[in-house]
Design a protein around this ligand. Structure first.
Ligand code: ADP
Ligand code: ZN
Ligand code: ZN
Length: 736
């Protein structure tokens, strides 16, 4: 027997299947999808490999053949579906099969033996039957009676459980053991993962008509074309309740469900809701879990102990064998795209997995991606909408934009417009809570000299330092470099160093100054630390321990605070100026999402959006709630400009320490790409042209035919990669 093995070493040169002989002693144990140890390379060093096929024949000559040395597990870590998915990912994300398999593989499987814990059990033994009732009413030996009665009722239990029920039973247990009445023994078990959820107080709801319609649309689509379903429902319209209903149906059929959520909205409240409804059948995974906890969740799913997994993008690789549905909440979120190799997009990978496994895909959001709306228009996916908030008395908030240029003209230099200022004061008086959102942490945007205009920049990156008031320091948000605030300008020696622009810290400072009576908390990556830092802040705010919450994106997502009646968006324009093709889309989504935080309860709500570009269509559409108009215009624009989703685009990045090599590498690659007849924009330096001492250039490859782009990029990468590597340039392509 021969095994086709992919090595765990991820390198393009060896990214192919190697045949190994299976020793007779292992033939019975080996299965496709298992890990194996194999000799490889010059020193015949032992390496890990993954079996992707088994055969009776091999092209390898007998004298060249090497043999598998051992098999570490007694189960396969990849199902045939996952191997197929990995192969698709390799093509789609221009990377090695090995790196895809390693992404799919459960974290921490390497030292999985540590993950079993010894658990002590107790159960009735041979003589048990003779002891039933013997000690009842016996004053001196009443503990024995209690132990016996407990075991009679419960049978085999964890020893800890018994000791908890019968306090001080140690002596009695020992005696009963000697008499052959009970047996105490150890069992190896996976330790249970801590899920960290808050108990959900809500009762199961009866779906309203809008929600029921969506569920029946799902059922209909599943029976027919089984296209992905997009649920476009305003915040608070009850999408989560629909997910729960769909999962109940899937479980009733004996199938399983994966729920993907952005890490940031994986709040204890949200997960608590699922745990409450599905109990022991559900498990949560998240990035703060340790390797053991992650492996546990994976193994329990593989063993069929659980049927629902909720987690961020990696939860997609849960080894269910009868997957019924994948739910992707907040499908528009950028965090579904991995930042490390393979840079997979969990939403499209989920779609592929559904195609492979026959499951259905359900995507939900209040602000769909332009891509999803475009696909819905084209009939590639099914569309359903929810227009009303589900909870009684909860209304869509009123949204108002304030032109900050006017504020300046009339002499208001503060970060708060007069309208927002008045709104906060009014809200404080009425006992309502306020959320203030600014998409930038730190104190100021940049630090510069009033005398000569010198801007303080990080020497390792092409970005200006941000001032952080705590500790009086300057911080580079790209590489983390920190310096003490200089007293003099490094260029001219003047002491007139000033801060410009505002971040969360500056806003906090101003708000505290204007409203000294208010309790203010700030939430950004500088104030959130540790496993529960994030949760602690949210809990404080939801308990009413603060009047005003100031924060970055972190506060924009999925929280349901009933008492928030005012939301301020301090600088709506920030996300408009990123230079990316989807800046308008991001701005529209951000404003709509933040606005959705207001008026969740009975009090109603108001949203004030401060902007320097009140005429911008994205800002206006978000303020008017006219999403249809926005998407239609945006799709027209993308068509005209040749941007995704109307035209297939790939971005190729080049990075390296020597800028000349980076430029040359990019140009040579462009020459190679031209042979494929695709359109090329660039190469040009990236907007941030240096990070951590590495120069960054990029170009965009376009074609109306998606396959043409993929072929050009993968062919070119294969050809150029080694040459570039030799000159210290790293090439990194991805589909936009
Ligand atoms: P979304 O996920 O769309 O933001 P949720 O599912 O979180 O919405 O629902 C918002 C609120 O409305 C929650 O407090 C939820 O308990 C409540 N809710 C949802 N559906 C119903 C319903 N059919 N009847 C009553 N309350 C509901
Ligand atoms: Zn100066
Ligand atoms: Zn830096």
């Amino acid at each position: 027997m021969f095994a086709q093995v992919i090595l765990s070493i991820s390198h393009t040169n060896i990214d192919r299947v190697f045949d190994y002989g299976v020793p007779a002693g292992l033939e019975n144990r080996i299965r496709i999808g298992m890990r194996v140890r194999v000799p490889f390379g010059r020193g015949e060093k032992e390496n890990e490999g993954y079996v992707v096929g088994l055969s009776r024949e091999s092209e390898v000559k007998a004298d060249k053949l090497k043999y598998i040395t051992s098999i570490p597990d007694d189960f396969a870590i990849f199902s045939p579906e996952m191997i197929e998915l990995a192969k698709w990912m390799k093509e789609r994300y221009f990377c090695t099969l090995s790196s895809c398999l390693k992404t799919i593989m459960p974290g921490g499987i390497k030292d999985r033996n540590d993950y079993y814990v010894s658990v002590r059990y107790i159960r009735p033994a041979e003589n048990f039957i003779n002891y039933i009732g013997v000690y009842d009413g016996n004053k001196r030996k009443h503990k024995r009676a209690e132990v016996i009665n407990f075991l009679e009722k419960n049978g085999e239990v964890r020893l800890a459980e018994l000791k908890n029920a019968v306090k001080g039973a140690d002596y009695a247990i020992n005696e009963l053991k000697k008499e052959g009445c009970v047996e105490v023994y150890d069992r190896q078990e996976l330790s249970r993962a801590y899920t960290g959820c808050i108990e959900d107080k809500s009762e199961p709801v009866t779906l309203n008509d809008e929600q029921k319609t969506v569920v029946s649309v799902w059922e209909d689509e599943r029976k027919n074309k089984n296209r992905p379903l997009l649920i476009h429902g305003v915040t608070g319209s009850g999408k989560t309740e629909i997910y729960i209903k769909i999962i109940e149906k899937v479980i009733a059929e004996g199938r399983q469900a994966i729920v993907l959520v952005p890490e940031i909205s994986l709040t204890p409240l949200m997960t608590g809701r699922f745990i409450k409804r599905f109990g022991d059948l559900a498990a949560v995974t998240h990035s703060k879990m340790n390797r053991r906890e992650r492996f546990n969740c994976w193994k329990r799913a593989a063993d069929g102990e659980i049927s629902v997994v909720i987690g961020p993008r990696s939860a997609l690789f849960t080894p269910f064998d009868r997957l019924g549905v994948i739910i992707v909440d907040e499908e528009h979120e950028k965090s579904y795209i991995s930042e490390t190799t393979p840079a997979y997009n969990a939403v499209e990978t989920a779609e592929k997995l559904c195609e492979i496994s026959g499951a259905s895909l359900v995507m939900g959001t209040a602000t769909p991606s332009v891509k999803s709306i475009y696909r819905a228009y084209n009939g590639d996916i099914r569309y359903a909408s929810l227009k009303n908030r589900a909870r009684e008395g909860s209304h869509e908030p009123e949204i108002k934009t304030v032109d900050m240029r006017r504020e300046l003209e009339s002499g208001n230099r503060s970060v708060l417009s007069r309208e927002l200022f008045a709104g906060i004061r009014e809200n404080l008086k009425n006992g309502g809570q306020t959320m203030l959102f600014i998409n930038r942490r730190g104190h100021s945007t940049f630090v510069s000299c009033r005398n000569c205009g010198y801007v303080l920049k990080c020497p390792h990156c092409d970005v200006s330092y941000k001032y952080h008031a705590s500790g009086d320091r300057l911080v580079c948000h790209y590489c983390g470099n920190v310096i003490d605030k200089p007293n003099e300008c490094p260029a001219c020696g003047s002491t007139k160093i000033r801060y410009f622009g505002a971040g969360t810290q500056k806003i906090e400072e101003s708000v505290k100054k204007y409203f000294p009576e208010a309790k203010v908390i700030r939430m950004d990556s500088d104030t959130v630390s540790g496993k529960n830092g994030y949760i602690d802040i949210l809990k404080k705010f939801s308990n009413g321990e603060a009047d005003i919450l100031i924060g970055t994106q972190m506060i924009a997502k999925g929280h349901d605070f009933e008492n928030v009646s005012l939301v301020g968006v301090l600088a709506a324009d920030l996300s408009l100026n990123t230079g990316e093709y989807d800046a308008a889309e991001r701005t529209f989504q951000l404003i709509t999402q933040v606005a959705g935080r207001a008026g969740r309860g009975k009090k109603g709500g108001k949203v004030i959006v401060q902007t320097y570009s009140p005429d911008n269509p994205a800002v206006q559409a978000a303020a008017n709630g006219s999403w249809r108009e926005f998407y239609e215009k945006e799709i027209e624009y993308r068509k005209a400009m040749g941007y995704p989703p109307c035209v297939e685009c790939a971005k190729i990045e080049f990075t390296g320490k020597d800028e000349k090599c980076v430029i040359k590498g990019a140009q040579d690659t462009a020459d190679e790409l031209k042979k494929y007849g695709v359109k090329i924009l660039g190469p040009v330096p990236e907007i941030i042209s240096k990070v951590k001492d590495e120069y960054r250039w990029s170009m965009t490859v376009k074609h109306t035919d998606a396959e043409a782009v993929r072929k050009a990029v993968s062919g070119t990468k294969a050809k150029m990669e080694r040459e570039l590597e030799a000159s210290g340039v790293y090439i990194n392509p991805r589909i936009l």
